[in-house]
Design a protein around this ligand. Sequence first.
Ligand SMILES: [Zn+2]
Ligand SMILES: [Zn+2]
Length: 467
Amino acid sequence: MLSLLASKTCRRRRGGPPELALGMKHHAKPFLLSVALAVALVVPVHAELDVARLKAAIETAFEADYSKLDALYKDIHAHPELAFAEVKTAAKLAAEMRALGFEVTEKVGRTGLVAIYRNGEGPTIMVRTELDALPMEEKTDLPYASRDKTTWNGRETFVAHSCGHDIHMASWVGTAKTLVGLKDQWRGTLMFIAQPAEEIGAGAMAMLADGLFTRFRKPDFAFALHAGGFPYGNIGYRVGAGSSNYDGLYIQFRGRGGHGAMPQRTIDPVMMAARFIVDVQTVISREKDPTEFGVVSIGAVNSGTAGNIIPDDALVLGTIRSFKPEVRTRMLAGIARTAKAVAEMSDAPAPLIQLTEGTKAIINDPELVATAERALKAAFGERLRLTPPNTTSEDFSEFGGSGVPLMMFNIGVYEPEKWTAANKSGTPLAGNHSPQFAPVPKPTIQTGVTAMTLAVLSAFDRHARGK
Ligand SMILES: [Zn+2]
Ligand SMILES: [Zn+2]
C-alpha cells in the first residue's frame, strides 16, 4: 500500500504549504500529526517500504509522545491483575484505544477487549497483547514496583508483572497510535486485541469461544511480541515452531495398602511411581528421535502418610513439551505405555492415566515472517536475529489453530552493558517469571513499537502489492 500511496504523498510534498515541512522538527506537535507529516515528507515515488525513513519518523513521534506511554506502563506495572481479573487494566487500555478512534468492545472472553480501526479496503491485521500478571512478589526496588496483593486459589498473594505483559501493553498502545498516525500509508483494518489469562493458558480460548472470529472478524494475519531476557534494541524471531506443545501428565498408580513390614501382602504404588519416574525418561532417550525436541518432567509425587504404611495409591504429576505433532504423539503413546507396563509388572490394576492437552506450539507462518523479516532487517540490521524456539508454551498459538497466519517475536529488555557484565560474572540477569525481572522501559517499549509498526506495515504493503 505504501507504494500505491507514494505519489499522493509526494504531490503533497511538492504542493504543501512550507510550514508543514517544519512540523516534524517540533516535538511539541501532536503525535499523530507529526508522524503523518514526517512520513508524508519522506516517502519517495513508487518506493518499496522505505524502512529507514519510516523508522526515523516512528522514533521521532515516539520520542515526542513517550511520557504518556511511560506513565501508562508504570501505572499498569504498579497495579497488576491476575488471570481473568484484569478489569482495571482492560479499562485503562479501552480508554486509550477509544481516544485513538478505535471501536472498542469490552468483556470479550470475560475480561478481554477488542479494538477495531477501519481504514478502507484491505486486509485485517490482528495485534495481540496479554493483560495478566503473575501471583508472586516483585523484588526489584523499582520506584514503580508492585506491592499489590490479591486472593488466588483461596490464598492471599502478591501480584507482579514479572513476565513483561505490561511492556507488551505499552508497546501495543504505542503501535496503535503510530499506525493511526500513519493511516494514509496503509488500507485495511486494525484489530487490536487485549487477551486475558495467558499465564494459565486459557484466555485465547476464552476469546475465541466468545466469538472473537465470528462476532468480530477473522483476521488475515496476526502478530504478537514478547519481552525476553536479552539486551534492549534487539529482536529475536523464528520461522515455524516458536514455542512448545504443552500437555499435562496426571497418573494415579493404584495398589493395595498395608504394613511396611509385610510388603508381600500389598501392591506397592510408591514402587510403581518410582519405577515410572525413572523409566519414562527412556521414552525421551530411546524412543524419540534425538534430533527432535521433547521433554517430560515430573514436578509432583503425592503418596502416603507415614514410613511404615504402604499406601493405596500414588499420584504423579508432570509436564510434557514438544514442537512437532508427530513427536508429541509418539511421546504420549510411550508415556502411557510405560505407566501401564509398570503397573503390570507389579500385578496392579491399570493406572488412571490422564494426558491432558494444553496449548499447542506457535507455528510462525513462513511467508508472513519473510515479509516482516525484510522490513525488520532493514530497520535493525544485526540486531535482528533468528533464535531457537522457546521450550515454554504460549496460547497465542490458539489463533493460529483457527487458521490465521501468525508471527510472534521477542524483544530484549536489559541494559546491554549490565547484561554483558552479568553474563561474564556467571550470574545472568533475572529472566521472565523472576521476582527481579526488570525491563528498562523506554528503549524496550520503543523497540516494541517500532518493530510491531513495521511488521504490520510490511503485511499491509505485501497485500497492497498483490502478493
Ligand atoms: Zn509468563
Ligand atoms: Zn508471558
